[in-house]
Design a binder for this molecule. Structure first.
Ligand code: BES
Ligand code: MN
Ligand code: ZN
Length: 474
């Protein structure tokens, strides 16, 4: 889809479809539209839409009246309406569309352009079915947004973010027999080729030499070789980089602490942290932002086998700290801790990891907010505010010492689990022990990275949050 800004009157647009907005308890300026609203008793609740043909005064054959709820329009209602609009437009098979100007409570016009492009382009994502007849039909070609300004940069930002989300969603949706650690490494290499990035892939031997025994202990039971992927983007000379780390467990069976069978297929999504940092890298390099960004993905498969790690095993991490693996299903932290030590070499400005780390975060926050924990309050605030702007929200959980004490082990420096209580927090406390040398935050995206049930699929979160955070650092 192509997006543009236009200062045309809605009535003069001669494409396929004009989209005008309606609000609860407020009349439309266009008398013909207002008459149709009244005649049809149209309820302007956010997302409701009414399709009109040949409205007098309009050049298009089709006019969609889209409800945005009460005035002032909230960001949530606008997003909801855009999503519903996209599915209507698809059904109508229109190719060129113009949207009326709108203002959103608490945000400027730049935000409106950026968000409109991102949300509509993201709606255009289709799951690539692994099927012999894969017909792709995306009919909408152009979307013009009514505006008195020239601000195409915001459309580029919105589109690039959606493209990053599409990469993340596609990786997430791929099954684990295709999306292996090697596949993630190949994806990183092709991103590097496409955008001129530096790419380094460490193999098992390399990681062994670096002492990454904690990471390696997770992949031991799998036939898939582990990979440690690094992508670097340089947009700002020699300044310290922002470092993003993404959990890349391409399938989490639980290992010897085997998971129950129900919904185990969804553990192909256990690499959504990795997918989201690769997606963010794609977005940032497409936008050519003036920042330095390093993305690191520890990629492994967690399987049970005769040579897999067993509960009670003790390993020495790259940091030198030893870990008693009481549960082989708490594997995310075991790969992330070595990645956290590894990234010290980049002298990072800040390190943010993103991981489908705990089922407990779904109990705490459901599927709306991701969990954020940090060793620096300003950083947590910045991430929360980026999430609010990007409609990809995060909610903070605490990281007090009292929780950290739950990780005590009789046989090593720490255990890899802290018991039933506050599982999301104790997981983050574990990571915090490896993130003492820099400002660090952790996003637990187990609830937000994909949806289950009938609409099962990857969401592309937290690409919008992370991308907005990077933009905010310029
Ligand atoms: N990948 C899972 C977390 C997860 C579970 C995400 C369910 C989404 C849905 C993670 O590796 C895991 O298994 N965590 C355990 C930790 C426990 C053993 C301390 C969990 O959450 O049950
Ligand atoms: Mn697990
Ligand atoms: Zn996992």
């Amino acid at each position: 889809m192509e997006f543009s800004l236009t200062n045309q009157l809605m009535q003069h647009f001669d494409g396929d479809c004009a989209v005008v907005f309606a609000f609860c308890d407020s009349e439309n300026k266009d008398l013909n539209i207002q008459a149709a609203v009244e005649l049809n008793h149209f309820d302007a609740k956010a997302g409701n839409a009414m399709i009109l043909n040949n409205v007098s005064g309009f050049k298009t054959n089709i006019t969609v009246v889209l409800g945005l709820g009460e005035l002032p329009v909230t960001a949530k209602n606008y997003q909801k309406a855009l999503k519903s609009l996209y599915s209507k437009l698809k059904d109508l098979k229109v190719m060129s569309v113009m949207l009326e100007q709108v203002s959103i409570e608490g945000f400027d016009t730049s935000w409106v352009y950026r968000t409109t492009a991102r949300v509509l382009q993201n709606e255009a994502y289709t799951i690539r079915k692994i099927s012999s007849n894969n017909e792709e039909s995306n009919l909408i070609e152009s979307i013009a947004i009514q505006s008195g300004e020239a601000n195409a940069r915001e459309l580029t930002i919105g589109l690039a973010t959606a493209n990053g989300m599409a990469l993340a969603r596609n990786l997430g949706d791929l099954p684990s027999n295709i999306c292996t650690p090697s596949y993630l490494a190949e994806t990183a290499k092709s991103l590097a080729n496409e955008f001129g990035l530096e790419c380094e892939i460490l193999e098992g031997d390399d990681m062994h030499k670096l002492g990454m025994n904690s990471l390696l202990s997770v992949s031991k039971g799998s036939i898939e070789p582990p990979k440690l992927i690094t992508l670097s983007y340089k947009g700002n000379g020699k300044s310290k980089p922002i470092v993003l780390i993404g959990k890349g467990v391409t399938f989490d069976s639980g290992g010897i602490s085997l998971k129950p069978g129900a919904a185990m297929d969804e553990m192909k999504y256990d690499m959504c942290g990795a997918a989201s940092v690769l997606g963010t890298m794609r977005a940032v390099s497409e936008m050519k932002l003036k920042v330095n960004l390093v993305v690191v993905v520890p990629a492994v498969e967690n399987m049970p086998a005769h040579n897999a790690s067993k509960p009670g095993d003790v390993v020495k991490s790259m940091s030198g700290q030893t870990i008693e693996i009481l549960n082989t299903d708490a594997e995310g932290r075991l790969i992330l801790c070595d990645a956290l030590t590894y990234v010290e070499k980049f002298n990072p400005e800040v390190v943010i990891d993103t991981a489908t780390l705990t089922g407990a975060v779904i109990i705490a926050l459901g599927k709306h907010h991701c969990g954020v924990m940090a060793n620096n309050q300003e950083l947590a605030n910045d991430l929360i505010s980026a999430g609010n702007k990007a409609l990809d929200t995060a909610w903070q959980l605490p990281l007090d010492d009292e929780y950290d004490e739950l990780l005590k082990s009789n046989f090593a420096d720490m255990a890899n689990i802290g018991g039933r209580e506050a599982g999301t927090v104790t997981a983050a406390c574990f990571l915090a022990r490896f993130a003492k040398k820099y400002r660090w935050a952790h996003l637990d995206i187990a609830g937000t990275a994909w949806v289950s049930g009938k609409g099962k699929g990857s969401t592309g979160r937290p690409v919008p949050l992370l991308t907005q955070y990077v933009i905010d650092q310029i």
